[in-house]
Design a protein around this ligand. Structure first.
Ligand code: NI
Ligand code: MN
Length: 229
């Protein structure tokens, strides 16, 4: 399995000869090392409706004939942009044939702000995903603050890699993310959702050090960097 970080919360997973992408935000990220048109996937998973997670979902979905997988409200919104969608909800598992995706909870919001009409569209509940393939388990926490049921998720899933937001301001910051890592009991923690904008600037290496001080293992992935699992 090959995993590539494309910045913000964008994770590409290649497994069993196919690929999926979670929260594609590439064209809006000045630091991105890949072009939207170079993304080849069989599915596009969205954790919630905020622009820094869904910006490139429709073009990637259309170009690849790949369904968008999200909560039902966001799926409806995406379908109005002419893409194929699969709506699911928290607690459910979707079998994509090459990987399984379980939708798990996140403490955040998920509205779509329509500035022009001064309207806020309900974007469904925010979520995370637990991806299982090749006997491995990967958690993408989505955007979230710290919550106690991370402990329950860690107890019920043997997580190999957890992608956790550390940017603070919109999500948990590094200190809470260390606690989250402890509760998820992941074998490896990779920080996401930081350094894309000034308000979420964080030191990824300092976060990895803080994890090590608690006996946990972390790793910073640079934008465009891949790893094997
Ligand atoms: Ni968000
Ligand atoms: Mn976000």
């Amino acid at each position: 399995m090959k995993i590539t970080y494309h910045g913000q919360s964008t994770i590409l997973i290649e497994t069993n000869g196919k690929s999926l992408i979670i929260d594609p935000f590439i064209s809006g990220n000045a630091g991105a090392k890949v072009k939207v048109e170079d993304i080849k996937v069989e599915a596009v998973l969205l954790t919630h409706a905020h622009a820094d997670h869904i910006l490139d979902a429709a073009p990637i979905s259309k170009a690849n004939n790949a369904p968008v997988v999200s909560n039902p409200e966001l799926a409806a919104y995406m379908s109005w942009q002419g893409v194929e969608t699969i709506g699911m909800n928290i607690g459910g598992t979707l079998d994509l044939d090459f990987a399984k995706a379980k939708m798990t909870h996140a403490f955040h919001s998920s509205g779509i702000i329509d500035e022009e009409n001064k309207n806020i569209l309900y974007g469904g509940m925010p979520s995370g995903f637990i991806i299982e393939a090749e006997g491995k388990t990967i958690l993408h926490a989505g955007d979230t603050g710290l919550f106690g049921d991370m402990k329950m998720i860690g107890a019920r899933h043997d997580i190999d890699i957890a992608f956790l937001p550390i940017g603070d301001h919109y999500t948990m910051g590094p200190e809470d993310a260390v606690q989250a890592a402890e509760w998820y009991k992941a074998k490896l923690i990779i920080p996401i959702h930081y350094n894309t904008f000034p308000v979420i600037e964080q030191d990824g290496e300092a976060f990895v050090k803080a994890l090590e001080e608690r006996g946990l293992k972390g790793k910073v992935l640079q934008l465009g960097e891949s790893m094997e699992l």
